[in-house]
Design a protein around this ligand. Structure first.
Ligand SMILES: [Zn+2]
Length: 174
């Protein structure tokens, strides 16, 4: 009788140890928990960035609607927005020099955050000629074309030359 009781107690201890063991390993092994969480997150399938030029003050593209989009340059946040219901986004940013990398991160709860980068391209039209007020006009403004706003006697020069001479861009032309 005594022996039977001993074996029952032993069986109880063994069963208890076995029940505890898997719980213990789950609590101590953090990597298991992380894997389970990552598997639950969905993938954002639609995510694009349109070409970005050094003359642009916004970065645009497509993404998952209502997702948050954030733009970064040199590791700093330069703008953020939300994807519209039509699946497009537009983030207002300060103009970036050509050659710089701009990264956009898209995030939404329940989804894995994605990021994409573009290199800022040089807008060739910005280095072409502009047309400064000449003739009778005394305002120091440069325009896109030689005869903008019925202008006569425009002085043709590059944008940087115009700026160096104190001319500013016409708000109607640009
Ligand atoms: Zn103009």
């Amino acid at each position: 009788m005594k022996k039977k009781l001993q074996s029952i107690i032993l069986a109880c201890i063994m069963a208890f140890t076995m029940a505890i063991a898997p719980v213990n390993s789950l609590l101590t092994d953090n990597s298991n928990v992380t894997v389970v969480e990552a598997a639950k997150k969905k993938t954002i399938k639609t995510f694009t960035i349109n070409s970005l030029y050094n003359t642009y003050s916004k970065v645009t593209g497509k993404g998952l609607k209502n997702a948050t989009v954030k733009a970064y340059a040199k590791g700093k946040l330069i703008g953020s927005s939300t994807v519209r219901s039509n699946g497009t986004y537009s983030i207002s940013i300060p103009k970036q020099p050509s050659g710089r990398t701009v990264t956009v991160k898209i995030s939404k709860s329940g989804y894995t955050t994605r990021s994409k980068s573009v290199t800022v391209k040089k807008d060739k039209t910005s280095s072409t000629y502009v047309y400064c007020n000449g003739g009778n006009s005394k305002s120091k403004i440069y325009h896109k074309t030689a005869h903008a706003h019925n202008m006569e006697g425009a002085i043709k020069m590059t944008k940087s030359q115009a700026k160096a001479k104190g001319y500013r861009a016409c708000k109607t032309c640009w």
